[in-house]
Design a protein around this ligand. Structure first.
Ligand code: CP
Ligand code: NVA
Length: 311
């Protein structure tokens, strides 16, 4: 591939045109991309559990004619058995793409830098870190466009209620790059940093920050939430349950949104905590469409990082 290696550690690595290309590739007839990874491997390293990300990545690789290899973090022992750099260099000997779900975002940065320094053209793809979940954000954009149309989505406000975490950060950046207005409502201490707010706004997106879930939901077209305690934060669960009281997306909150509002959740969901059972299992919920879109988005992404441009 000519040009720099197309890594994706966070969604803004793609830039607005890269995001548009990935979404266009995601919507393409998979048969037209079936030889993209023919005879090539895709490494899928997981330091944390996964249902959607592992399965969507494996099946997307197969759809592109490639061979996915699932690798548990403990098996390669990043910075235990050998350094993150050496794990990356090793996997790059066998695979066309190196995808990883890591505890520490810095691990992905070190893997990317080691491959770039060695002149190895193997893209590193973030399958979720403590900082970002860009593969999820691509599927979220795809879902919003399916719900509202490509142009229509730009007039629709997405309200994220909960922890301004990895999922929020990638979603807000993706929405900003796509021209979709967003709001985020979090309790004190769990909102976005000033740096995150500036980064999101730097792409031109309209972002409102509040600590009032009702204000965020008022007239919104989409309500989004994620778990209050992310993987790796389990020891904070008690404090977080207390802090997030009142931030559950329930029927009362949904009633404040537009009558045709949709509800998103990256999953896994905790019914009765960040979302009520009636809402996540209700008519406005698009969480399963969103989950299914993980595979389409990943197919588009793998095609893009290995050199496909827009169709
Ligand atoms: N949404 C998401 O990334 O799900 P998994 O953790 O199951 O992969
Ligand atoms: N914020 C969650 C997302 C899980 C898909 C976590 O990091 O655990």
């Amino acid at each position: 591939m000519s040009g720099p290696t197309r890594h994706m550690l966070e969604i803004d690595d793609l830039g607005p045109s890269g995001v548009a290309d990935v979404l266009a590739l995601a919507g393409r007839d998979p048969a037209t991309l079936a030889r993209t990874l023919e005879g090539q491997g895709v490494a899928l390293v997981f330091e944390k559990p996964s249902a959607r990300t592992r399965n969507s990545s494996e099946m997307a690789t197969v759809a592109l004619g490639g061979h996915p290899v699932y690798i548990q973090g403990a098996e390669v022992g990043i910075d235990v058995r050998e350094t993150a750099e050496d794990v990356a260099r090793t996997l790059a000997c066998f695979h066309r793409v190196l995808c990883a779900r890591v505890m520490d975002h810095g691990t992905l940065v070190r893997m990317r830098d080691a491959l770039d320094a060695g002149g190895v053209d193997v893209p590193v793809v973030n399958l979720l870190s403590d900082r970002a979940h860009p593969c999820q954000a691509l599927a979220d954009l795809l879902t919003l466009r399916q719900c509202f149309g490509v142009d229509g989505a730009r007039d629709r406000t997405v309200a994220f209620i909960g922890d301004a975490n990895n999922v929020w950060r990638s979603l807000a950046l993706a929405a900003s790059m796509a021209g979709i207005p967003t709001r985020v409502a979090s309790p004190d201490g769990y909102g976005p940093s000033a740096e995150d707010v500036s980064l999101v706004r730097s792409f031109g997106g309209d972002l409102t920050v509040t600590d009032d879930p009702a204000a965020a939901a008022d007239g919104a077209s989409a309500l989004y939430t994620d778990v209050w305690t992310s993987m790796g934060e389990e020891q904070e669960r008690g404090a977080r349950l207390a802090a997030f009281a009142g931030f559950c997306i329930d029927e009362a909150l949904v009633a404040r949104a537009r009558p045709d509002a949709v509800v998103l959740h990256c999953l896994p969901a905790h019914r009765g905590e960040e979302i009520s059972a009636a809402v996540v299992d209700g008519a406005g919920s698009v969480v399963w469409q969103q989950a299914a879109n993980r595979m389409h988005a990943m197919r588009g992404l793998l095609a893009y990082v290995t050199g496909h441009g827009a169709p």
